[in-house]
Write a protein that binds this ligand. Structure first.
Ligand SMILES: O=C(O)CCC(=O)C(=O)O
Ligand SMILES: [Fe+2]
Length: 312
């Protein structure tokens, strides 16, 4: 197991005190958002932006966030708004502020028609432990792996960490993991041999991609490393393709970083470059009242100009 410290501290963004104070002030003025179809409305984005831009230190904050999320070395960031969460709570006002900041990265949208813009990921003692709301190890994956146009970014906002102190987030640079594989594994991963999960009630993520290649041959800004460790059990894969995917899974684990999100932190992952997952929550969740168990909120982002139609 990796130590509980990300080797790369540079991924964390702590706004300076003065910016925190300004953000708390503008949060009180941010209006409720509107959506157009499944996307955050342009009018909301403009309004939010005008309020953020009136804050002197915001420009520098935004540039540093965009640098961490893009570029060949970057790919994820944790924005730590703990002090702001302390002042505002993690309710409507806080969510407006988080949405406003995320709208500076790409367009917030709602691919799951049956869930709101911020989708709850609570803790269920009856769910499959390895799944999103389960209590077990959630192995490396990208979200909506079986869509032809997965969200460019996935975001996890921590409303309540696991009171037992577990459930760290894990992240790995998928492109770096691929670069450590043998050429023959890479050739196998480029085949249309993999499939995972169901696909229904989704919007603005293209079509179902089944079977899909793990490596699509696109440049990193456009393509994905379409991987979820869960497909290893499901695909009915032949041995060679399964082995190549297991080698990739091993490399992802070898390169992983981990940290535990605290209340008011949000993790943003560039899905073109990094995969994510979660360590198990603490044992004895039964002893914790349901309303005190770990709770995250998830939001997806769509960049303009990164989607390319794929004909499955
Ligand atoms: O529980 C977590 O920290 C991650 C959950 C996740 O990755 C998901 O639901 O897609
Ligand atoms: Fe996920």
């Amino acid at each position: 197991m990796m130590p509980e410290i990300a080797s790369d501290w540079a991924c964390f963004i702590d706004p300076p005190r003065e910016l925190e104070e300004d953000l708390i002030k503008i949060s009180r003025a941010l209006p409720a958002w509107s959506v157009e179809g499944t996307f955050l409305a342009d009018s909301t984005m403009e309004w939010y932006r005008s309020l953020l831009e009136a804050t002197p230190l915001f420009d520098e904050f935004r540039s540093s966030l965009l640098r961490k999320l893009g570029g060949t070395a970057g790919g994820y960031s944790v924005v730590r708004l703990r002090n702001i969460a302390q002042a505002l709570g993690v309710g409507e006002q806080f969510l407006r502020l988080a949405t406003a900041i995320l709208a500076e990265v790409a367009i917030p949208f709602q691919p799951f028609q049956r869930w709101p813009l911020w989708k709850e990921i609570g803790t269920s003692l009856t769910a499959n432990p390895g799944m999103s709301t389960g209590t077990g190890y959630n192995a490396f994956h990208m979200d909506l792996v079986n869509a032809t146009q997965p969200p460019d970014y996935t975001t996890l906002l921590c409303v309540r960490p696991d009171p037992l102190g577990a459930g760290a987030s894990i992240l790995s640079d998928a492109r770096a993991a691929v670069s450590r594989l043998t050429p023959s594994s890479r050739t196998l991963l480029a085949d249309l041999a993999y499939s995972y999960g169901s696909f229904f009630d989704l919007s603005d993520v293209g079509e179902e991609y089944r079977p899909f290649p793990v490596l699509d041959g696109e440049p990193a800004g456009l393509g994905f490393v379409r991987f979820t460790a869960k497909m290893l059990a499901e695909s009915g894969l032949d041995e060679a393709h399964a082995q190549a995917a297991m080698d990739l899974a091993d490399q992802m684990v070898a390169g992983q970083v981990s940290f535990t999100l605290q209340r008011g932190d949000f993790l943003i992952v560039n899905q073109h470059r990094w995969v994510h997952g979660r360590e198990p929550l603490g044992d004895c969740q039964h002893d914790i009242p349901p309303e005190e168990r770990r709770l995250l909120l998830q939001l997806f982002l769509r960049s303009s100009g990164t989607t390319r139609p794929i004909t499955p």
